[in-house]
Design a protein around this ligand. Structure first.
Ligand code: PLP
Length: 421
């Protein structure tokens, strides 16, 4: 689903009916009932809160179903292995991959990108080759490519953005050439909310023989993902941003590519046989999963996926878009507040600055008003440089936010203006 540009939508507080019972689902999140000094949690883009279903799944794993996987001959280990592999199947269904062997469990989006940069890079990227990233990327989808480029003598090329935060597609087209090996692009920008036209980006890259990695850290919790329809070569996301545990995430890769890519870490579980002369590797996905994995994290992430699937990603996206539209319209009415990122398609992220203030000061005052937001460069310094600002204040909306949270945000901006004036 592509989200509507919120600036085209009028404020809707009074007549708004959410597409699901938000208050009922809020009660699934224990932390929302016991906030530190909170009135509104508006930092889910950094990490989402966890519903009791996820907490229970992790507890159940440790209380009744825990042993190391893939190696024990006893029933408890077999049970833990079945749960782990069932979680893989849940992830496969969530992003509609063709085979569960295309799902590699990793620590999160960051590790997924690093895995691809190391392994794909070793096989496919050499001196003089080019890797395209965009101005929208999180550092975790820049630095691994930079490290690769430095290591092999490849070049990093960057797609610019316009003042609204949209990618300049004509410039992207100009960057593509026979030396382009990889295009690494975000599914949704964490700093501006921009949802780039990933399908078009992928098709254009493929037409030039390049592969594409989509960074789904901000996509998977808010947009329905279909990796086959998208035709991306790699997709990464983090469990903790999809209401699951931290330290757990997934990398999708097309089987044909993963099969020819070398392992990136060595250790237990990723081998078929080991001698001092030669090691042969396990088939997918184990080839890329050295060592004991995050066993309870897999159960927790699967529970989180079941949870958002039950509500429906389209419903969640529609609700978040309504909150964003309301917040955007009301912030625009406040003099001296500048919004950054008004792309045609946007995820539920509102980045702004209040004239005469530093984002960190705003974040601190907001905190005292019970409003948790992120303040700073959001691990996306090139975006900040593009707009010549040190950072922004970022409010991000999730499935449990309400129009009252928008009210709290607006009140907190009012408080900042009162203090600074
Ligand atoms: N990519 C984007 C767009 C992000 O927003 C983030 C985290 O904020 C990441 C990648 C990195 O995710 P993680 O820290 O979970 O590995």
């Amino acid at each position: 689903m592509n989200l509507v540009a919120p600036n085209l939508v009028a404020p809707i507080t009074r007549q708004y009916t959410p597409p699901y019972d938000v208050e009922a689902f809020r009660r699934d999140f224990p932390i929302l009932a016991t906030p530190v000094h909170g009135r509104a949690f508006l930092d889910s883009a950094a990490s989402a809160q966890k519903p009791v279903q996820v907490i229970d799944a992790v507890r159940r794993c440790y209380e009744a179903e825990y042993a190391n996987i893939h190696r024990g001959v006893y029933e408890l280990s077999a049970l833990a292995t079945r749960n782990f592999e069932a979680a893989r199947e849940t992830v496969r269904g969530f992003i509609n991959a063709a085979h569960s062997s295309e799902i590699i469990f990793v620590r999160g989006g960051t590790e997924g990108v690093n895995l691809v940069a190391a392994s794909y890079g070793a096989k496919f990227v050499g001196e003089g080759d080019e890797i395209i990233v965009t101005y929208l990327e999180h550092h975790s989808n820049i630095v691994p490519w930079q490290l690769l480029a430095e290591r092999v003598g490849a070049k990093l090329r960057v797609v610019p953005i316009d003042d609204r935060g949209d990618l300049i597609m004509e410039e992207y087209e100009k960057l593509l050439n026979p030396r382009t090996k990889m295009v690494a692009v975000t599914h949704a920008s964490n700093a501006l909310g921009t949802i780039p036209p990933v399908k078009q980006i992928i098709d254009m890259a493929h037409a030039h023989g390049a592969h594409v990695l989509v960074d789904g850290a901000q996509g998977a919790a808010h947009l329905k993902v279909d990796v086959q329809a998208m035709d991306c070569d790699f997709y990464v996301f983090s469990g903790h941003k999809v209401y699951g545990p931290s330290g757990m995430g997934a990398l999708y890769g097309k089987k044909a590519l993963l099969e020819v890519m070398p392992p990136w870490q060595g250790g237990g579980d990723m081998i078929e046989s080991v001698t001092f002369e030669k090691t042969t590797y396990a088939p997918l996905p184990n080839k890329f999963e050295a060592g004991t994995p995050h066993i309870s994290g897999a159960s927790g992430m699967a529970a989180a996926i079941d949870y958002v699937t039950k509500i429906g990603l389209d419903n969640i996206a529609a609700h978040e878009t309504a909150l964003l539209a309301e917040a955007t319209a009301r912030v625009k009415e406040i003099p001296g507040v500048r919004i950054f990122g008004e792309a045609r398609h946007k995820a539920a992220i509102l980045s702004f600055l209040i004239d005469g203030t530093h984002p960190h000061d705003v974040g601190t005052i907001f905190d005292h008003e019970g409003v948790a937001v992120r303040a700073g460069h959001h691990c996306a310094q090139p975006v900040m440089d593009r707009f010549e600002i040190p950072g922004t204040v970022r409010a991000s909306f999730a499935l449990y936010n309400t129009m009252s949270d928008v009210d709290a945000l607006i009140d907190a901006i009012g408080k900042v203006k009162e203090i600074f004036n």
